[in-house]
Design a binder for this molecule. Structure first.
Ligand code: PMP
Length: 284
């Protein structure tokens, strides 16, 4: 089956969808994106992804917003046309095609809006069952990691570097404190408290992070939004990551040290189950 993608109002076979070489996404990474997971052919937490897209657009002075209903429609249509049961829909909006210039184009310049589906085993995969190993490295990203831009070269470099060294991902570190994973939020549990970094300009405030925090509260865990060091993480009782594609995935090793006995933590497993149950209940 040929994949059908969405580009500026049209549904096209993936090889027929073409974007200009002058698109600002290509020349300046002047583009924002969202990844919505799909379970049972339904969108998970779609409205919150749209709220974050609006925020990203505001922060980067995009002159107007997109219509959420329209976006929902083409997300659903991509799910339907590609017969997607489990996976993701990737959405990207750029400031559009314009003669190369550091100035932003005219405010009524047309955005480039594109989306495509990817099949992915979100529920049952090795990482979820066995946990992942992460290494740490310096966080060299820009100072506005709270905006979900396509400027992803450093996280990509970090992930590849982790892969090469036998790890599954990298946790990035700034001023001695862990910021986040290359494409996920980082969490630990110490003394019965669930800890994740405060949402500042140095991390992306994950949609899954918010939903998982709610689940942890419902399970009567206390949450502390604060910085933690590599050493604190290595000495945690449990560690895990969250994102739209990994949900809640255990971390079992950080650099050369195992977390606790080196197996996925009990609470992490419980949190994953609860998150998935709730996500399915509110899927649209
Ligand atoms: N941090 C970064 C840097 C990310 O790229 C992502 C995934 N897009 C996340 C956190 C998790 O965000 P979400 O839960 O919304 O997928």
């Amino acid at each position: 089956m040929v994949r059908i993608v969405y580009l500026n109002g049209e549904y096209l076979e993936e090889t027929k969808a073409k974007v200009s070489i002058f698109d600002r996404a290509l020349l300046f990474s002047d583009a924002l994106y969202e990844v919505t997971s799909v379970l049972d052919g339904k969108l998970i937490d779609f409205n919150n992804h749209m709220k974050r897209l609006d925020r990203s657009m505001t922060e980067l002075n995009y002159p107007r917003k997109l219509d959420h209903e329209e976006i929902k429609l083409f997300h659903r249509e991509l799910v339907r046309r590609n017969n997607l049961k489990e996976g993701i829909i990737y959405l990207q909006v750029s400031r559009g095609k314009a003669e190369r210039s550091f100035d932003f184009p005219d405010p009524d310049n047309e955005f480039t809006v594109m989306a495509f589906s990817q099949v992915k085993d979100l529920l049952n995969n090795d990482a979820a069952k066995k946990g992942i190993k992460v290494m740490t490295l310096e966080d060299h990203r820009w100072g506005r990691c709270d905006i979900k831009t396509t400027q992803l070269l450093y996280p990509s470099l970090a992930k590849s570097s982790a892969d090469r060294q036998g790890f599954d991902d990298a946790w990035m570190v700034r001023d001695g404190h862990i910021t986040e994973g290359t494409s996920n939020n980082a969490w630990i549990i110490r003394n019965g408290t669930v800890i994740t970094r405060q949402a500042d300009n140095l991390i992306l405030k994950g949609i899954t992070r918010e939903a998982v925090a709610e689940c942890a509260k419902e399970l009567n865990y206390k949450i502390d939004y604060k910085n933690f060091t590599i050493n604190e993480a290595q000495n945690a009782t449990e560690a895990f990551i969250t994102s739209a594609t990994t949900f809640v995935t255990p971390v079992i090793r950080i650099n050369d040290l195992e977390i606790a006995d080196g197996n996925p933590g009990m609470f992490t497993k419980l949190l994953r189950q609860k998150y998935i149950k709730k996500a399915l209940e509110i899927a649209i």
